[in-house]
Design a protein around this ligand. Structure first.
Ligand SMILES: Nc1ncnc2c1ncn2[C@@H]1O[C@H](COP(=O)(O)OP(=O)(O)OP(=O)(O)O)[C@@H](O)[C@H]1O
Length: 396
């Protein structure tokens, strides 16, 4: 009961947030958030109203005021329809303990990996090529067996291996080619779950709109770019309503803008109020993944390093022990060392074109900037990586 009241309150505040985003003038983002709320209603009349709105936006090219007026009516309808939660946000759905896998032919060993995943949570798996990300994802997807350790899934009605597999969605790095139109493929997927007729059409169109595929709905596989192929895979996967989504390098071949949009979309779809899911995604795009993930696991030569190595539970985030920056400069190294010595620099290393400097934890970015500027050192780039798993990349 308490949970239902809580979700009602959160739904209302999400709708309020959408209205605020419209008023701030970011109508693209507002529309995506409006669609997330619409999907949470699980109401096909609402889906039809939203897709009619998308069609109108495409054809009528309204100004901001007209757009806001019709969007507001839609928001009121979504508020009246309400949210129908199917699962509980935040409950633990996966627990891996002491997972190990060996490939003796390559003398590669993964693990031991211990981790947990909750509904609505995103776990980022980062590391350079060949460090075991795909192996771990495939183990979590039940595609590979473990040599040691165990994985427990806490999912309803997943008593046998087939039921469990239907609740886990794994999107590999290279997805297979499909035939026919994008729309027909999505309709077929949904019909396999027993959704037929008008309800099928309404739900698929809603998902097509949400994933930014509206203009591409009649296109075929070879007419879509890598980014839109990934969007199609995500649409198809979300129609299956998995409990756990495992994605291998979904950002590969995408430009920066497309990477950001996919990550934000994943985050908000995972955090759905009606149907929150757990997401694990692997990537080499460390900063982008860190921005949206609740936790990050860094893999180096199969060994897991958590964002916070001192935490008893991988979910805990403790304050950093050092202040660490990464930067680029063309100034001489001696000048740099002399300037940073004023802040009791503990370590300076040069790694792949960038410097990394470690200081006592009380040092701040403005203090660093001040000593560098007064020593006449010009910077090409600077970033605080005290909390980032980037510090593991540079310590190897
Ligand atoms: N089926 C297999 N048999 C033997 N060795 C394998 C197998 N699959 C992967 N490996 C090896 O295990 C190591 C980890 O590979 P994995 O694909 O898990 O890493 P990754 O971090 O996902 O890298 P990538 O992004 O390149 O896939 C690599 O050395 C790889 O060559």
């Amino acid at each position: 009961m308490q949970q239902a009241e809580d979700i009602k309150g959160r739904f209302a505040s999400r709708l309020k947030e959408v209205a605020e985003i419209y008023q701030q003038g970011d109508s693209q983002l507002a529309l995506r958030r409006l669609m997330d709320a619409a999907i949470d209603t699980a109401n096909t009349d609402i889906f039809d109203a939203v897709t009619a709105h998308i069609e109108w936006l495409e054809n009528a090219n309204p100004d901001e005021a007209q757009n806001w007026e019709t969007s507001q009516t839609l928001l009121n309808r979504i508020a009246a329809a309400g949210v129908a939660p199917r699962t509980t946000f935040g409950e633990r759905i996966l627990e891996a303990s002491g997972v190990r896998k060996r490939y003796t032919s390559r003398s590669f060993e993964l693990g031991p990996v211990d981790t947990v995943l909750a509904r609505g949570e995103m776990l980022g798996l980062v590391g350079e090529n060949g460090n075991g990300k795909t192996t771990l994802l495939r183990i979590l997807a039940q595609e590979l067996s473990v040599d040691e350790g165990s994985i427990e899934y806490f999912l309803p009605q997943s008593g046998n291996a087939y039921d469990l597999r239907s609740k886990l969605a794994y999107i590999p790095q290279r997805t297979p080619k499909w035939f026919g139109s994008l729309m027909d493929n999505l309709k077929f997927t949904l019909s396999c779950y027993g959704v037929k007729g008008q309800a099928n059409e309404s739900y698929v169109l809603m998902m097509v709109a949400r994933m930014g595929l509206w203009k591409y709905k009649n296109m075929q596989w070879n007419e879509l770019s890598s980014g839109y192929k990934m969007r199609f895979e995500l649409a198809r996967t979300f129609l299956r309503r998995p409990d756990i989504l495992l994605l291998d390098e979904p950002l590969a071949n995408l430009d920066m803008q497309a990477q950001q949009t996919i990550l934000e979309d994943l985050k908000s779809l995972a955090g759905s109020l009606a149907n929150p899911i757990g997401v694990v995604l692997s990537s080499q795009q460390l900063y982008e993944v860190e921005k949206v993930s609740d936790r990050v696991l860094f893999l180096r030569r199969g060994q897991p390093l958590w964002q916070d190595q001192r935490a008893a539970d991988p979910g805990d985030v403790l304050p950093p022990e050092h202040f660490i920056i990464e930067f680029e400069t063309q100034s001489p190294r001696e000048e740099l060392q002399a300037a940073l010595a004023k802040l009791s620099v503990e370590k300076i290393s040069f790694n792949g074109g960038t410097y990394v400097a470690q200081f006592p934890v009380e040092v701040t970015m403005p203090a660093v900037m001040e000593v560098l500027v007064s020593a006449g050192i010009s910077l090409l780039y600077i970033r605080d990586i005290s909390k980032s798993t980037r510090r593991f990349f540079v310590q190897s």
